[in-house]
Design a protein around this ligand. Structure first.
Ligand SMILES: [Zn+2]
Length: 246
């Protein structure tokens, strides 16, 4: 793909965007990235003026996305250093990173008195610290998720009279969980950052997929039976969801 950047003015704002032209596309697609950059992918041969017109038509939407990302940027990617805060079941905990000397030191995470402490071997390379801390935290959140979710899933499964066959906690990029007629349930470890009422929504939602694989009226009716306010919880998850990551 060949690319270059272009720009248009919209009101008092300017939108700078990167253009990629490719023969693999038939229509123009615009994406706004978390770092507020804008990408346009267009079919090869599309003239720049036509792309500018399309971007102009979508300008309001683009600015809205950029604004949303900039408001949430602070929580979007953390440095994972002492003093930052991390969410656990909807509450903020202060992160504390402790380096431990000695050959026997191993990564370890504990949650006590409002502090989420990550211990790492001092001998490990500083350049890899962020990813080491992240791995330790993901493992910890995943383990917590296992024990936290089990009774919750059981309770909602009983209410809904559905049977599940297995529960897995996974690192999922784009979804909170999945469930299907096979009875297999999968949940993203990130949901443990959300408050309980949103975790309940995700659990009940995926359990309903054991009965109905789609989002048909029957699906929502079933969910309403055990969670009459599911729509409110779903909206809240949509608004706050981006915070549940690090
Ligand atoms: Zn669904």
């Amino acid at each position: 793909m060949r690319h270059h950047t272009d720009r248009i003015a919209f009101g008092s704002s300017e939108i700078v965007y990167r253009i990629d032209r490719t023969s693999r596309r038939r229509t123009i697609a615009i994406t706004v990235n978390p770092d507020a950059s804008v990408n346009v992918v267009a079919p090869s041969g599309t003239r720049s003026s036509r792309i500018a017109t399309t971007v102009g038509k979508k300008a309001e939407w683009i600015l809205k996305q950029k604004d949303w990302f900039s408001r949430n940027a602070r929580v979007y990617r953390r440095r994972l250093v002492s003093g930052e805060s991390l969410l656990h079941l909807g509450r903020q905990y202060q992160l504390k990173v402790v380096l431990l000397a000695g050959q026997k030191a191993i990564p370890h995470v504990t949650l006590t008195h409002g502090t989420l402490m990550v211990t790492l071997p001092r001998r490990w390379a500083a350049s890899r610290r962020r990813s080491d801390i992240r791995s330790a935290l993901i493992e910890w959140y995943s383990k917590r998720a296992e024990s936290y979710l089990a009774p919750l899933i059981q309770r909602y499964a009983d209410h809904l009279a559905v049977k599940y066959t297995s529960i897995q906690i996974r690192n999922m990029r784009t979804r909170w969980g999945s469930g299907g007629v096979s009875g297999r349930l999968r949940f993203n470890w990130r949901i443990l950052m959300a408050p309980r009422r949103l975790i309940e929504y995700i659990v009940a939602h995926e359990l309903c997929h054991i009965r109905y694989s789609d989002h048909s009226q029957a699906f929502w009716r079933l969910l309403s039976q055990v969670m009459p306010d599911h729509e409110r919880r779903r909206n809240e998850l949509e608004i706050n969801g981006l915070k549940y990551d690090f």
